[in-house]
Design a protein around this ligand. Structure first.
Ligand code: PMP
Ligand code: GLN
Length: 383
């Protein structure tokens, strides 16, 4: 293994899901739902296979899906992207992020990301031989946010890209317009490209709406907007994502993507096109259901003695474990199966400055109510 990848080992999601399987614990670690996506959309995938959509689709993705993505961007965000040249279908958001970083960064370039950050960012940046510069999000009145002055200070002449994830995994923060404006201003002042990870775009709560960075003045032309079907339609195993960006940026990303995977699986593309056109009501119901699950898990974790932070989006709740007498989330999550029969994710692994996240543990609530209830009952034995 090349030196720059040695530090990465096995992802925390693989480690913790294996631990859950070995110990028979309830898995509130890796974020995936335990119920299926919309039935008609699943049927559409089956139909696509039986109807013969089984050969290589075009490199940029099947036109029907690119059109559906374009219509969705336009209807939801009033953003216009041409299906011919401004949209590229990828193997999940993960490939979109990796291809974007590989396409845009020279060795030694710097990429700013907000920590705690989704784990694939650091690995993609390392693959590109670029350097990740982490700007720390900290809880302020129960909500993780960043300091605009720290963000500004993180930009150097080598900064090329800022990676912006909102709704943010693992904190559940949905960036406000003011936060996005601070980012947008910096991008324009310093000539940065924004790569936005918006995979939780529809999963927001309490009336909070996701605002794409590309909708801010001057940002569409410098933003690679990324999303995926996994979270929106509860099909994380379909690994169907996409980027929307101006033609020069799409061409750059596609140049890399075509040699990573050439193209992305056909049947899912047709099914996701159907989903984007016909299943957004299903998504609204999903979002309302998730909000109730969030509340259910938050209440249970608080009763079990955790200090709980309220997320405005995603699948995840952050907890501070210190009220229970623990200080190290990695140590606790490795022992949690034995202590309580539950698996969670130690937030510190998503930081460059691990000390700043040592006492946080992430729990997923994208699970059946009875699973959440049983997990919470078990966690009450901790105190
Ligand atoms: N970004 C974030 C913030 C995520 O949480 C995830 C994982 N679900 C991904 C990207 C990866 O998405 P996909 O499965 O579409 O590759
Ligand atoms: N996005 C999911 C999470 O944060 C898991 C993705 C993965 O397993 N790589 O839990």
């Amino acid at each position: 293994l090349v030196a720059r990848m040695r530090a990465f080992g096995t992802t925390i999601f693989a480690e913790m899901s294996a631990l859950a399987a070995e110990t028979g614990s309830i898995n509130l670690g890796q974020g995936f739902p335990d119920t299926d996506g919309p039935a008609a959309m699943l049927d559409r995938a089956v139909q696509a296979i039986t109807a013969g959509a089984n050969q290589y689709p075009p490199g940029p993705g099947i036109l029907e899906l690119r059109r559906a993505i374009s219509e969705h961007r336009s209807a939801h965000y009033d953003l216009s992207y041409d299906p011919a040249g401004e949209i590229l279908v990828t193997v999940g958001a993960t490939e979109a992020i990796a291809s974007a970083v590989l396409a845009l960064c020279e060795p030694g370039d710097e990429v700013i990301a907000f920590e705690p950050y989704y784990d694939s960012y650091a690995a993609s940046i390392a693959l590109a031989q670029a350097r990740l510069v982490a700007v720390t999000m900290r809880p302020v009145e129960g909500r993780f946010t960043f300091d605009p002055d720290e963000l500004r200070a993180a930009v150097t002449p080598r900064t090329r890209v800022i990676l912006v994830n909102s709704p943010h995994n693992p904190t559940g923060t949905v960036f406000t317009r003011a936060e996005l404006e601070a980012i947008a201003e910096l991008c324009q002042e310093r000539g940065l490209i924004a790569v936005t990870d918006e995979v939780y775009e529809h999963l927001t709560f309490d009336g909070v709406e996701h605002i794409p960075l590309a909708t801010l003045p001057g940002m569409r032309e410098r933003t690679v907007m990324i999303s995926s079907a996994g979270k929106t339609f509860s099909v994380t195993g379909w690994k169907t994502g996409w980027i929307c960006a101006p033609p020069t940026l799409v061409t750059a990303v596609q140049t890399v993507k075509q040699f990573l995977t050439f193209t992305s699986s056909a049947p899912w593309q047709l099914a996701v096109a159907y989903g984007l056109r016909h299943e957004l009501e299903w998504v609204s119901a999903l979002r309302a259901g998730l909000q109730d699950k969030r509340d259910r898990l938050m209440e249970g974790l608080a009763a079990a003695g955790f200090s709980v932070l309220r997320p405005s989006g995603t699948y995840f709740v952050q907890t501070d474990i210190r009220p229970l007498g623990f200080t190290d989330g990695l140590e606790l999550t490795r022992r949690l199966p034995e202590l309580a029969g539950v698996v969670a994710i130690p937030t510190q692994v998503f930081y460059d400055h691990a000390d700043r996240g040592r006492h946080f543990v992430r729990f997923a609530f994208c699970k059946k109510d009875e699973v959440i209830d049983e997990a919470v009952t078990r966690l009450k034995h901790l105190s």
